[in-house]
Design a protein around this ligand. Structure first.
Ligand SMILES: C[S@@+](CC[C@H](N)C(=O)[O-])C[C@H]1O[C@@H](n2cnc3c(N)ncnc32)[C@H](O)[C@@H]1O
Length: 271
């Protein structure tokens, strides 16, 4: 069992550097995720590693702990409905609203291994001629390096592909290479992946028309959630749309968002 003092050390480190909120019942998670990291780095056990980290909390070591403590569960077209809303409502409205500039910027915040960003890219591609000649940018960001590496590679195994991707879409948008499915260049060209911590000010990322920020707020406490939502709002176009995960919400109108009627999980800027 981990000493209370050590648990508190990791809890505070995660809170400060990622916003991930570790409740006391998550001690097992900490042990099971940090122990392999100690082994990889050549430490005898968790105690020795923790002693080292306490005495030398270097940014690269902190990033490794944060990376190990992230939960990266994701899939193509996760939860289905948000992508239907994207296709039938959100894009239809924004295509009209941006008819002059013909420009759309979409942010998959906390994109994990990239399935969300590529699902957005496929949805846009399915709009066909309606987006012909448009400048489209899909930015995926995450705090964890190992997921960004995979997202950039655009390579998925059979199991990952079968989770959410219908066969006709697989064949249309992926090619096979060494037993992996690789995203085609036409979609890859529209996507970019960058490291970004949601606790930071996102101004340097620019303004977005649509923001997916799904299944990440659940790891934050109320105060962090509110701050992250305010940050997100600051880079969302006045008529833009925010999509959250099915179990998440904007807490209250203090965040500056209001739910969109009949579109569960979709929010626009409030007053
Ligand atoms: C459960 S995944 C969600 C992936 C995807 N959005 C989805 O809904 O399928 C949560 C992701 O949030 C990322 N994350 C956690 N804290 C973060 C932070 N402070 N800034 C950016 N990303 C963070 C994790 O690394 C992880 O990949």
């Amino acid at each position: 069992m981990m000493a209370q003092m050590d648990f508190e050390f990791y809890r505070d480190l995660l809170q400060k550097n990622s916003g991930i909120h570790l409740t006391p019942d998550k001690e097992y998670l900490l042990t099971t995720r940090i122990t392999p990291l100690c082994k990889t780095l050549g430490y005898a056990d968790l105690d020795e590693y923790t002693r080292h980290l306490r005495s030398k909390p270097e940014p690269v070591s902190i990033a490794a702990v944060v990376d190990a403590m992230t939960t990266n569960e994701t899939s193509f077209f996760r939860d289905g409905k948000p992508f239907q809303h994207l296709k039938s409502d959100i894009l239809t409205r924004l295509i009209e609203a941006r008819a002059e500039t013909k420009k759309l910027r979409i942010w998959s915040a906390a994109c994990s291994t990239g399935q969300e960003a590529y699902s957005i890219a496929m949805t846009l591609n399915e709009m066909g001629d309606k987006l012909a000649g448009w400048s489209i940018e899909i930015l995926g960001t995450d705090i964890a390096d190992h997921v960004l590496q995979k997202a950039r590679s655009g390579e998925y195994n059979n199991f990952e592909i079968q989770r959410g991707l219908p066969m006709p879409m697989t064949v249309k948008y992926f090619t096979q290479k060494n037993g992996q499915w690789v995203i085609k260049d036409e979609l890859r060209r529209r996507t970019d992946f960058k490291k970004f911590n949601l606790l930071e000010n996102p101004a340097r990322l620019g303004v977005f028309d649509i923001i997916f920020c799904r299944n990440v707020l659940i790891y934050f406490n109320q105060e962090t959630k509110l701050q992250v939502l305010k940050n997100i709002r600051s880079v969302m176009a006045a008529d833009g749309m925010l999509l959250l995960g099915s179990c998440e919400n904007v807490l209250s109108d203090k965040s500056g968002f209001r739910p969109v009627e009949n579109m569960h999980g979709c929010y626009m800027r409030g007053a």
